[in-house]
Design a protein around this ligand. Structure first.
Ligand code: PYC
Length: 329
């Protein structure tokens, strides 16, 4: 029987399952090299950690790995129910808050190597947008004083394609293709209600948009699959509200850090966002990320701020006899 410790957090409602120590060696290469080895030799662990009956489609996983970049303190590889992510904004916020809970980081700047580049997280000393819903005392032996507000300076983001038409049920909608650490299709003229009562219809619509993108050959740079779809709406509570469908058909409960980065790139491209201006992006469940930009040539460097809460910690038990212990596939 193998034992693998985990720590679960959520960032604006979206969970991150952190694995701080892997049961195999991924060598000394870059985090991108480590990801290649994971894909080639150890994908079973991703399924074991995230799939039912132990996990669920909603979970995003994070492997903490050594960084090869000497300026970084950590490396991280994010994964989901169907594969691996380039970067993950909510996951990075969850990672840093979890490391703070574990006493492995202090408030300040923490550089993290991801498969798509280095991100710079700032762990703030004080709480942020809301208080923990269960009050200060979360039970015996559980620290409730760890800092949990994190800003993530992401890799450069940019818009790749503008106003691409897609036909769904005889109606044409338009979207932009943008990179924010993953590839997104951002749609505004969908006419759907973006709220919790409409989740099934939103999921169905966004999934069909994704299928159409594939059918129409709409890709990101170098033929990359556009595997995240964002539907935007207005809200009195923030600058924008969004429903984000992830590659494995689960929707993001957070406003999506990489998706908000892609959104900021499009806003900047449209002249609707200035350097230093704060953009408040709300998720379909009501959580909020704050975003702002700096410039890097024709790309933007987004910074996304949110807060994460640790929820549970435990040990994954891998019993070789269990027919579903490696996940229901
Ligand atoms: O926050 O970047 C993000 C993210 C990607 C997929 C789920 N969350």
């Amino acid at each position: 029987m193998k034992h693998i410790p985990f720590l679960d957090s959520h960032t604006g409602g979206e969970p991150t399952r952190l694995i701080t120590s892997l049961p195999f060696d991924l060598g000394t290469g870059s985090v991108a090299d480590k990801l290649s080895k994971l894909k080639a030799h150890h994908d079973d662990l991703r399924r074991t950690v995230l799939l039912e009956p132990r996990g669920s489609d909603v979970l995003v996983g994070a492997y903490l790995v050594p960084s090869a970049d000497p300026t970084c303190e950590f490396g991280v590889i994010f994964f989901n129910n169907v594969g691996y992510l380039g970067m993950c904004g909510h996951g990075t916020i969850g990672l840093i808050a979890s490391l703070a809970y574990l006493g492995k980081v202090q408030p300040g700047v923490i550089r993290v190597e991801t498969p798509v580049g280095v991100v710079e997280a700032t762990l703030h000393a004080s709480p942020f947008l809301s208080r923990a819903p269960f009050g200060d005392d979360k039970g015996p032996g559980v620290r409730s004083d760890y800092p949990n507000k994190v800003s993530v300076k992401n890799i450069p983001a940019y818009r790749y394609l503008t106003h691409i038409p897609i036909e769904i049920d005889g109606k044409t909608v338009h979207g932009d293709v943008a990179w924010g650490g993953n590839w997104f299709f951002l749609v505004h003229d969908h006419g759907m209600d973006v709220n919790m009562q409409n989740l099934e219809a939103l999921t169905d619509f966004a999934w069909r948009v994704r299928e159409r993108l594939t059918a129409n050959g709409v890709t990101g740079a170098n033929g990359a699959e556009v595997d995240h779809v964002e539907l935007f709406a207005s809200t009195p509570e923030a600058d924008s509200k969004s429903f984000v469908l992830c590659p494995g058909k689960a929707y993001d409960r957070s406003p999506c850090g990489t998706g908000t980065s892609a959104k900021l790139a499009c806003l900047y491209g449209d002249g609707k966002l200035q350097v230093g201006q704060i953009w408040r992006q709300q998720s379909v469940v009501g959580s909020i990320f704050e975003g702002s930009i700096q410039l890097d040539g024709d790309r933007i460097i987004p910074t996304i701020t949110g807060e994460a809460w640790v929820m549970s910690e435990g040990t994954i038990l891998m019993d070789e006899r269990d027919p579903f212990g490696g996940g229901i596939r």
